[in-house]
Design a protein around this ligand. Sequence first.
Ligand code: SF4
Length: 370
Amino acid sequence: MWLRTVLDYQAKTWLTADRAAQARRQRPGQAQEDQMTLQAAELIPYGGVEADAEWAREVRALAEQRDAVLLAHNYQIPEIQEIADHTGDSLALSRIAASSEASTIVFCGVHFMAETAKILAPHKTVLIPDARAGCSLADSITGAQLREWKAEHPGAVVVSYVNTTAEVKAETDICCTSSNAVDVVASIPADREVLFCPDQFLGAHVRRETGRDNVHVWAGECHVHAGINGPELADRAAENPDADLFIHPECGCATSALYLAGEGIVEPSRVKILSTGDMVHAARDTAATSVLVATEIGMLHQLRKAAPEIDFRAVNDRASCGYMKMITPAALLRSLREGADEVHVDLDTAARARASVQRMIEIGNPGGDE
Ligand code: SF4
């Protein structure tokens, strides 16, 4: 019964005329098809290398020879997180890339993240160990699609989540993270239309929190986060009545979690909607002895390191991003040996994209994000 109510609520929140219009551009189930495309394309990760002590020595020696800093996103495999100089969410890592004295950045994450590092550090060499590591959410909208959408809403302000390509950021007025998306939209005059892309779940969260009905939400999604759903969350919450719930707002279950809290099915104070960076802080602060985590399972490594006494469990232990896992020990070694794959963003696109990121930073604390 509650599920039906949640779905009705979601329908009211999301199924706007915009979404219907977008359906012409993006078919239902496209994200799942993207995942199938990934499999069908047989993107076989580089392999055949063990992450042993010899590998670690060679990686460190090559990084030094290249004057490179190694950055690893929170969703990377533990071996990559452990060899990196810094781990974190994508924006925090991009800021480290910009402020680092190293002349080369090796970004262990997906392609749009390495692009963001290049946008913020245009004169540095930015390498990604496997340029095929894409992102179904960033691929939800192209620069051409955004230009077409803008033409349908002249005068609207474009707000884009940082999980977007450089081309989309260059067409954007203000970027946002999951931490400050609500503040960014709230800073826009109430009578201005807002085009929010690409994540429909984060967009629904923004519409709900700001109470604005002139926020048009693009129907994009991440196939990993969309797979973490409300019924699964309700089951896990019922099985673990004392656990806190750490939920990334891109998750399909975020709305359900708020509904469960509102109905008193779980205590509201147990539900925490957090960026991945904020999850690490919350892990250090919570008094709970167990925590259910609704995001990509790579996040569990940093949470367990931050608070080893807490029992962290995934809401969906199959929520693994195949793109993130393409950054293997073999791929990192190849990257450092060959100086591959280099990320390029033309200077004009980078300048326009950087302006949208800087406006985000001026409006409020962007905190962390995915
Ligand atoms: S988990 Fe989803 S949003 Fe994150 S990189 Fe993978 S496909 Fe993109």
